[in-house]
Every structure is written in structure tokens, then in C-alpha cells.
Write a protein that binds this ligand. Structure first.
Ligand SMILES: Nc1ncnc2c1ncn2[C@@H]1O[C@H](COP(=O)(O)OP(=O)(O)OP(=O)(O)O)[C@@H](O)[C@H]1O
Length: 256
């Protein structure tokens, strides 16, 4: 039986005077991929940040079997790529510098001898090794997202959190990101990923949680999509069979 990489029991998050998340319970078995979906502002990023211990929470969060706040948690086994808009904004750094910063954690502010090699390997994986010494600010949105993915993978984590990895990303970069994640998943990586729609990652997703107004609206196996459902010309104006999960939010329309 697989171990549980992420467990949440009745988790709540309050920021300032607002209750952002309420009574969130879910689990993610090791080696599986959870997609977090929901409308804008529903609390998806807050949920990921709470799982990483960035925001205080009520209830229980366990990562890799350790309850947060996890003094004995092996943080180097955990990778995180935040939403691009908050990640590289305004910081003058090369792709190599950004990726190698992913090797620093806790009180360790020194790179090991093999840091450059690891960072170059990680950039190679996302097809950007040839631009390692260029400023990330000159990169397209998709290339910046690939740099952030390389940064999140450089520690060779066993658990990876990604927040909207396809936001503003061109087709070529989406394909490269999907390919990289598929390879890592096949090697046993557990992935928790916030997505606007399942789209490219659909084959990878084992379960989805849909957050609406800070609560779980659906949690379970990824919806099976009937033949042709993802075709842009598909007519949704008909009855669905029992195998089709009928949850929809305005932002998900057409995306599942
Ligand atoms: N640091 C904060 N302090 C106060 N409120 C916050 C903070 N961060 C987020 N919020 C609020 O929490 C709610 C959920 O935000 P969050 O970013 O988690 O939503 P989201 O589902 O990820 O949205 P999007 O799809 O637009 O990224 C929003 O109303 C937001 O304004």
C-alpha cells in the first residue's frame, strides 16, 4: 500500500480578518499527482502555501509523514515553483543563478561543489541549458516558467508543489514542462499542482480537488472525460452518463 505524501485534516486558514480556507481534508498517495482546480480567488494558492507552512493554519497538515510546522521535516525533499508573476519579477539574475538558488535551504547558505553541475542538469531537462548565463528577465513567460520548474527540481525532490505552471506559457514550453513532469512522475515523484484547467496534464492527474469559496467542492479521482469532450467543437448541451462528474465552475467550463 502506498504511503501518503500529503495529508490534510480539517484545515483552515485565516489571513487578517478573512477566513480564506475552511475544513479542507484530502490526501495524496506517494507517487500520485493531485490537480487543484477552482475559480479565481477561491483559495488554491493559499492552500498550497499553507501546505508549505508559509501561512499558519488550523487543523492538521502532514508532509511525508511529518506534521507541520515540521522541524524534523526533510525540506530538501520538497520542491516548489510559485506562480510566475511573483517569482522572478524585477530580480536581476541569470537562469543559472535562479536555478542554483534552489539548492539553498534552511541554514545552509553555501553551494556544494556540484551545485553548478546540478543546476545545469536541471536547466538541460527543461531545454534551457544553452541560455544558462542570460538574465531571466529577457526570457519569455514560458521560458521563465521552465526556469522555475528547473529550480524546483534541482534538489531532486520527492514531493513537488507547482502553482499554475502553464499560466502565460507557450505551446512548446507546455510540452516540455509536461514531458519533464511525466518523466519525474514515472520515477516516483509526488506532484501537487494548481491548474486553471487539466488540459496538457490530464494524462498525469490521478485525483482532483476543486476549491470553491475556500471549501472543497469536489475531491476524488480525476474526472473521466467522454470521447470528444475536450474537442473545441464539442456540444455540451446533452445528458452525461454516470461516469461523468458533473462539477463545473465558470473557470472550468470547457477545460475538463
Ligand atoms: N496574504 C493575504 N492576505 C489577505 N488575503 C489574502 C492573502 N493572500 C490571498 N488572499 C485572499 O485570499 C483569497 C484566495 O486567494 P488565492 O490567491 O489563494 O486564490 P486562487 O484560487 O489561487 O486565485 P487565482 O486563481 O486568481 O490565482 C483571495 O480573496 C485573496 O484576496
Amino acid at each position: 500500500m502506498p504511503l501518503t505524501a500529503v495529508e490534510l485534516e480539517s484545515v483552515g486558514v485565516r489571513l487578517g480578518s478573512s477566513q480564506i480556507l475552511t475544513d479542507i481534508s484530502l490526501d495524496v498517495p506517494e507517487g500520485s499527482t493531485l490537480g487543484i482546480l477552482g475559480p479565481n480567488g477561491s483559495g488554491k494558492s493559499t492552500l498550497v502555501r499553507a501546505m508549505l507552512g508559509i501561512f499558519p493554519h488550523t487543523g492538521t497538515i502532514r508532509l511525508l509523514g511529518q506534521e507541520l510546522p515540521g522541524r524534523s521535516l526533510d525540506w530538501k525533499s520538497i520542491g516548489y515553483a510559485p506562480q510566475r508573476v511573483t517569482s522572478t519579477a524585477g530580480v536581476p539574475a541569470t537562469a543559472l543563478e535562479v536555478v542554483s538558488s534552489g539548492l539553498l535551504y534552511g541554514n545552509s547558505f553555501r553551494h556544494g561543489k556540484d551545485a553548478k553541475e546540478k543546476a545545469m542538469d536541471s536547466l538541460e531537462r527543461v531545454g534551457l541549458a544553452h541560455r544558462a548565463h542570460e538574465s531571466v528577465q529577457t526570457f519569455s513567460g514560458g521560458q521563465q516558467q521552465r526556469v522555475m520548474l528547473a529550480r524546483s527540481l534541482v534538489r531532486n525532490p520527492s514531493l513537488l508543489f507547482l502553482d499554475e505552471p502553464f499560466s502565460g506559457v507557450d505551446k512548446r514550453s507546455r510540452e516540455l514542462i509536461t514531458q519533464t513532469l511525466t518523466e519525474k512522475r514515472d520515477q516516483g515523484l509526488t506532484i501537487v499542482v494548481v491548474l486553471h484547467e487539466l488540459q496538457d496534464l490530464k494524462p498525469l492527474i490521478d485525483a482532483t480537488v476543486v476549491i470553491e469559496h475556500g471549501r472543497v467542492a469536489h475531491f476524488g479521482p480525476a474526472p473521466r472525460v467522454a470521447e470528444g469532450h475536450d474537442h473545441p467543437d464539442h456540444d455540451h448541451d446533452h445528458e452525461h452518463g454516470d461516469d461523468y462528474l458533473p462539477f463545473r465552475t465558470p473557470d472550468l467550463e470547457g477545460g475538463l
